[in-house]
Design a protein around this ligand. Structure first.
Ligand code: SF4
Ligand code: SF3
Length: 547
């Protein structure tokens, strides 16, 4: 499998080179050095997890700070989060240090894997990384299952991190994540056992999304139907992107009364749907589209940009000095805003820079409507049920997931346009940018595109499906008039997929291509047991999904 002269190997996202693997340089911009340090960070995090799992087995409690460290390590390696190899080296060093302290607390080191005992200094990291990357698992199917689980855990970690910063945690999820990471080092596990573990990961994915949903809604209120402005105002502004609502809250507090407006970008758009953020008069609207258009849109914005999570695209020189990272993100040459010990962050450098910048250049005008998370949809339940019963709504199509730069994703715009008038799109994640601005109209006052929020709010879509199943007194969620046409790009979509499989959802169409990390045998298991398939043409898929 390894290409001749390969300098790295990564196949965790949908845009992987040739739909096989990035071997020279990531399509995302990740270079071999960063790829190597990410591989090693995953290895040492597995080693640490083997130690924490043994400690738990010995009846010891694992500190929250260690759970947070594992969570952040996984999150940092997600696609388009961190391109700063030095920052990753620091995480490896810190992980090794903490692991050494924990090893000393163990009563027995008897069954620990080599990764749990490995220690070295930074000058040997590159050499070690070359031995522990993805291809170090030789069997293609075992490798495929290990990576499927690892990517699911990375996605789950991202959601846990957002819950953690809001003061919410679930030790059971952390214990599962860590014991599973440890199992990925165990060569005795069979393909069947790993398949079962992948499906179990989906169960914890549901719990992780439920935890984050609770954290978000208890902190910021339940999302509600909201019109979001797409135009610009006259003040200078700060653009905030990614998924971290706590960062947004701190930024809104610190910019209040300064004459600087705050705009959302990409996956931060759904923040406008939360009641708590509506009180800020300077929370101006949403600017631009999904992550992959950021090069042109960040140039046009003209002011500081704060990346709270993925997806970061390595910046162009013209705005590099205006791009700030925080949390799991990092870009060499860009200022990284660290949290204080109490979690607060000081955004004054962005505010001062904003004051010297021009107001954003207008990209478009108008509004979009969103905020259809579970409570808002439940409030409309009578209307929705009546529309289904009368036949006004024939089918719902879940089109959640990610957007991406590949031309083949135009399929999703064309598919949305071609859907019959008696269908409703349920969406979440940045996939929505492919059709949310199309003005697809409404059915008896129900918009034909119902946006629940960020990718993690796919949880809302699952709750809506379960509610409909209850209302229509069905035994099986697959009897509902719902089709699934999901676009994926990075690892958060992997945990959403595993969560849907855990909930028993069948016949999911996953596109624009199936993951390269699914070996033919693993893909066959998913096709045979869950009816997973990919997309073909708009016409053929409409026929298949809508009838
Ligand atoms: Fe390639 Fe995707 Fe990995 Fe980036 S994250 S190196 S594009 S597979
Ligand atoms: Fe998008 Fe990166 Fe996945 Fe949260 S911002 S959905 S791709």
């Amino acid at each position: 499998m390894e290409a001749k002269g390969a300098k790295m190997f990564c196949y965790q996202c949908q845009e992987t080179a040739g739909c096989k693997g990035c071997t020279q340089m990531g399509v995302c911009g990740k270079n071999p050095e960063v790829a190597a340090m990410q591989d090693l960070l995953i290895y040492v995090t597995k080693g640490l997890s083997a130690v924490t799992s043994c400690l738990r087995a010995e009846g010891e409690r694992v500190e929250s700070s260690i759970n947070y460290l594992v969570t952040l390590n996984l999150f940092i390696t997600i696609t388009n989060a961190n391109f700063d190899s030095q920052a990753i080296v620091s995480r490896i060093e810190e992980t090794l240090k903490i692991k050494e302290t924990l090893l000393a607390q163990l009563q027995s080191r008897g069954n620990l894997p080599a990764a749990a005992l490995w220690q070295d200094t930074a000058d040997h990291f590159v050499c070690k990384a070359a031995q522990v990357g993805i291809l170090s698992t030789e069997n293609e199917d075992i490798r495929s299952l290990r990576e499927l689980i690892t990517y699911g855990l990375k996605g789950l970690a991202a959601y846990q991190k957002h819950a953690n910063v809001l003061g919410y945690e679930n030790e059971e999820i952390d214990a599962f994540v860590q014991s599973t990471l440890a199992k990925l080092l165990d060569d005795s596990l069979t393909g069947d056992e790993l398949t079962a573990l992948a499906l179990e990961t989906g169960k914890w994915g549901v719990d992780g999304m439920a935890l984050l949903d609770k954290a978000n809604t208890e902190t910021y209120g339940n999302p509600e139907m909201t019109k979001v402005d797409l135009g610009v105002r006259k003040n200078p502004g700060i653009l905030i992107s990614g998924h971290d609502l706590k960062d947004l809250e701190m930024l809104l507090e610190q910019t209040e009364g300064t004459g600087v407006d705050v705009y959302t970008h990409g996956e931060m758009l759904p923040a406008h749907y939360y009641p708590k953020f509506k009180k800020y008069a300077h929370f101006a609207g949403n600017y631009g589209n999904a992550w992959w258009k950021q090069k042109e849109e960040f140039t046009a914005f003209g002011g500081p940009i704060l990346m709270t999570t993925n997806c970061v695209v390595p910046p162009k020189a013209d705005y590099q000095a205006r791009l700030f990272t925080t949390g799991a993100t990092g870009v060499p040459g860009c200022v990284h805003i660290e949290a204080e010990a109490d979690g607060t962050k000081d955004f004054s450098s962005l505010i001062e820079l904003a004051k010297k910048c021009p107001a954003p250049q207008e990209l478009e005008q108008g509004q979009i409507v969103g905020g259809f998370a579970h409570e808002q949809v439940f409030a409309l339940a009578d209307k929705v049920v009546a529309a289904v019963k009368s036949g006004a709504i024939r089918k719902f199509v879940v089109m959640a997931g990610c957007d991406g730069r590949m031309k083949s994703r135009d399929y999703y715009t064309e598919f949305a346009k071609a859907l019959p008038q008696d269908t409703v799109i349920l969406t979440a994640g940045c996939a929505k940018y492919k059709y949310i601005k199309l003005n697809l109209g409404d059915i008896a006052g129900i918009p034909r595109v119902l946006d629940a929020g960020q990718c993690n709010d796919s949880y809302s879509l699952a709750l809506i499906a379960l509610k409909l199943k209850e209302v229509f007194a069905l035994d099986d969620v697959n009897e509902l008039p719902i089709a699934y046409n999901i676009a994926w790009y990075e690892q958060k979509a992997v945990i959403v997929l595993l969560a849907l499989l855990h909930l028993g959802v069948k016949n999911i169409h996953l596109g624009p291509t199936l993951p390269a990390f699914l070996s033919p045998n693993v893909a066959k298991v998913l096709v045979e047991n869950f009816g997973i398939g990919t997309i073909s043409t708009v016409e053929a898929d409409l026929k298949k999904m809508i009838g």
